[in-house]
Design a protein around this ligand. Structure first.
Ligand SMILES: Nc1ncnc2c1ncn2[C@@H]1O[C@H](COP(=O)(O)OP(=O)(O)OP(=O)(O)O)[C@@H](O)[C@H]1O
Ligand SMILES: [Mg+2]
Length: 329
């Protein structure tokens, strides 16, 4: 079956005072109906930029799309007229932003913003019904006193409450695709669990979710497949259990090892040694090579392509065939 979203060879740079910064480099990714795809990787590796490119919300300038296509249900989003994009956003494609103020207007009451979103896409509904539906959604995302909150402006709410308003806004119209960029980081654990349940329920209605997070525990709970990014590129992609049981790329192994140490409260916390190279000056070969325990000279010279490693797995590593079987011990 044709994937719902297909990103092919997407490259995005930002023009900065220090020169072009590579934010996303030759990224290909597909999102299937009814799945939750996790996108993980260290801070700055390009997760949010990928999401913003998909929503066509990158600030241009300074962002420039060097290459690529993003097909959604047969349409190339990168070439779509703005009017058509607007009618897709919210109704068919929606995003929960890392920073809620990106999605909310500071000038309008929360209830009006929610009701307006409903009315915009369903003009037959009455204003009173739209407000009722807005209140129901606030309740669903765990908002205390939803009736009162409808009349608040975003700045009157706490960060966690604003986040919940935005989540309600993103889910309300039952879109085909939800991009959730660190959706629950600002929320306490009870509310977080409630939101994750809501996202799971959306999946059952055939919504596809791109779930961006640092939290591998949440990935384990939520995702069907996982893509791992490192320094603007995807280094591994696999079904969740396969990735956790037998990570193939040395970076994925390192990431998982650090989680296992946390779970075991290991006194000698394993972290991956070294630092992510600067996005202004990526080295010529594999970007993980300077930190990789298995690196050989060729790894430093040529960038490894993302290639199939088994039926459902892709990996970008020159040495994956020779490495000892992945284990997390
Ligand atoms: N508006 C911008 N101008 C210049 N550089 C930017 C801009 N937005 C993002 N970048 C750069 O693009 C790269 C990718 O950033 P991105 O926000 O996608 O990272 P991320 O993986 O989402 O990280 P985090 O986990 O911290 O959210 C980083 O090097 C970042 O500094
Ligand atoms: Mg981000």
């Amino acid at each position: 079956m044709q994937p719902l979203v297909q990103i092919t060879n997407l490259s995005v740079v930002f023009d900065t005072e220090d020169g072009p910064l590579t934010a996303v480099d030759d990224l290909s990714l597909e999102l299937r109906r009814g799945e939750v795809l996790g996108l993980v990787g260290e801070s700055g590796c390009g997760k949010s930029v990928t999401a913003l490119a998909l929503m066509r919300l990158l600030p241009r300038p300074p962002a420039r799309i060097l290459s690529g296509a993003i097909l959604f249900d047969g349409m190339n989003l990168l070439g779509l007229p703005v009017a058509q994009l607007r009618s897709l956003r919210g109704r068919r494609l929606s995003m929960i932003f890392q920073e809620p103020m990106n999605a909310l207007s500071p000038l309008h009451k929360v209830g009006d913003q929610l009701a307006e979103t409903i009315l915009l896409h369903d003009p037959k509904i009455s204003g009173a019904d739209a407000r009722n539906r807005a209140r129901e959604w606030l309740l669903r995302v765990g908002m205390p006193d939803p009736e009162l909150r409808l009349d608040d402006y975003p700045h009157q709410l706490s960060g966690g409450m604003r986040q919940r308003v935005m989540i309600a806004m993103a889910l309300m119209l039952h879109p085909d695709v939800i991009i959730a960029d660190e959706p629950t980081t600002a929320l306490d654990v009870t509310v977080q669990a409630q939101i994750l349940d809501l996202l799971r329920a959306m999946r059952e209605r055939d919504t596809a979710v791109l779930f961006i997070t640092h939290d591998l525990g949440v990935v384990w709970e939520m995702c069907d497949r996982v893509a791992v990014m490192y320094a603007a590129r995807i280094v591994e992609q696999a079904p969740r259990a396969m990735l956790f049981d037998s990570p193939c790329h040395p970076y994925t192994r390192g990431l998982l090892r650090s989680v296992v140490s946390l779970v075991n409260r290991d006194a000698t916390l394993t972290t991956i040694e070294g630092q992510v190279p600067s996005a202004l000056h990526y080295p010529p070969g594999c970007r993980f090579a300077p930190r990789c325990p298995y690196a050989q000279p060729r790894c430093l010279e040529t960038i490894p392509p993302l290639e199939p490693a088994g039926e459902e797995r892709l990996v970008a590593c020159w040495r994956w065939r020779e490495l000892p079987p992945g284990d997390r011990e």
